[in-house]
Design a protein around this ligand. Structure first.
Ligand code: IPM
Ligand code: MG
Length: 372
């Protein structure tokens, strides 16, 4: 029996609750697929700081390097906001992304039919929506040097550097073009080439790559301000979008709302494939939601859909991933809702009940689709 090692990083706020439900789904899928999933845990974020004085303990990186896949809840919270920069929960997340070279962040935004009315946009604008944002995750202004706040001529000056090398653009461009090839063969690259030279170079490199190796893909370019506007005006015009770290951060929150709630969006952060293995971290796009933490009301669906991405991208278990996606759709069809996606006439449930319902739906689906 194949064994896979999965590292759970619960993190802060609602992290432990949503990861708890996602783990149950993973366990079920492992058994169904005849694979043995072995779980380990490590600290990250504010809870790591509280326990051992750093948001990113060395042991966490060690365990992360050895794991076949990582599932992370969320990090952050007001409790740690006034800490010095290096001690803040976010440093743990940014550290692990950088150290494992998880440069390709896949953020699909799909609108489940049952939730078409839950979005703040009109149902006809978002029903059937299925787009994929590919965000570069280890470069850009997030990591560029120089950075920091200093005193210059008696004034405090803050500085961050937007920087990309051509090879960084090409490697994320290639991921996005490959994904576009497997989907609708349309890629929109988002930049601010009218103002920022870095992103003008980005535009040229993506175009060059497409012309050299991906002539079958229809490539367009869009300025980020327009892209934000188009995402809320007519999101279905997009198939795959590719962009840098900071623009991708902003646009993916925007895209999340199209699906009804930030509580619905999964993500995968992937590294390069080395000797048949690729580092991979899966996490919901939402944050730690400190206001509802520990109350058992958080929506676990984004984390459960992140598990589906793990099954697909790390373990090649496409059939199980399809089952998880279908189970989520069925539960939503049946009218169960956590508070964030509550609609009139629906039944409000908590985190655990939503997890239970998805597990039951999985069992029913598996029983019905079993082939002799
Ligand atoms: C995200 C988050 C992170 C980011 C934060 C928590 C550091 O907003 O994953 O989108 O900015 O990348
Ligand atoms: Mg973000």
């Amino acid at each position: 029996m194949t064994t896979k090692h999965i590292l759970l990083l619960h993190g802060d706020g609602i992290g432990p609750e949503v990861v708890g439900e996602a783990k149950r789904v993973l366990e079920w899928c492992g058994t169904a697929a005849g694979m043995s999933f072995v779980f380990d845990e490590a600290l990250i974020g504010g809870s790591a700081y509280d326990a051992v004085g750093t948001p990113y303990p060395a042991e966490t990186l060690e365990k992360a390097k050895k794991a076949d896949a990582i599932l992370l809840g969320a990090v952050g919270g007001p409790k740690w906001e006034s800490l010095e920069y290096a001690k803040r929960p976010e440093r743990g997340l940014l550290g692990i992304r950088k150290d494992l070279d998880l440069f390709a962040n896949l953020r699909p935004a799909m609108c489940f039919a049952a939730l078409a009315d839950a979005s703040s946009l009109k149902p006809e604008i978002i029903s059937g929506l299925d787009i994929l944002i590919v965000r570069e995750l280890t470069g850009d202004i997030y990591f560029g040097q120089p950075r920091g706040v200093s005193v210059e001529n008696g004034h405090r000056v803050g500085r961050n550097t937007m920087i990309y090398a051509d090879w960084e653009v090409t490697r994320i461009g290639r991921v996005a073009l490959d994904l576009a090839r497997a989907r609708g063969k349309k890629l929109c690259s988002v930049d601010k080439a009218n103002v920022l030279e870095t992103t003008e170079m980005w535009r040229e490199e993506v175009q060059k790559l497409r012309d050299a190796e991906y002539k079958d893909i229809e490539l367009s370019h869009m300025y980020v301000d327009n892209a934000a506007m188009q995402l809320v005006r007519a999101p279905k015009q997009f198939d795959v979008m590719v962009t840098g770290n900071i623009f991708g951060d902003i646009l993916s929150d925007c895209a999340a709302m199209l699906t009804g709630s930030l509580g619905m969006l999964p993500s995968a952060s992937l590294g390069a494939e080395i000797n048949g293995k690729r580092a991979a971290l899966y996490e919901p796009v939402h944050g730690s939601a400190p206001d509802i933490a520990g109350k058992g009301v958080a929506n676990p669906i984004a984390t459960i859909l992140s598990v589906s991405m793990m099954l697909r991208y790390s373990f090649g278990l496409n059939a199980q991933a399809d089952l998880v996606d279908a189970a989520v759709a069925n539960v939503l069809e049946s009218g169960l809702r956590t508070g964030d996606i509550m609609q009139t006439g629906a039944k409000k449930v908590g985190t655990r009940e939503m997890g239970d319902a998805i597990l039951t739906a999985l069992q029913n689906l598996a029983a019905n689709t079993k082939v002799a």
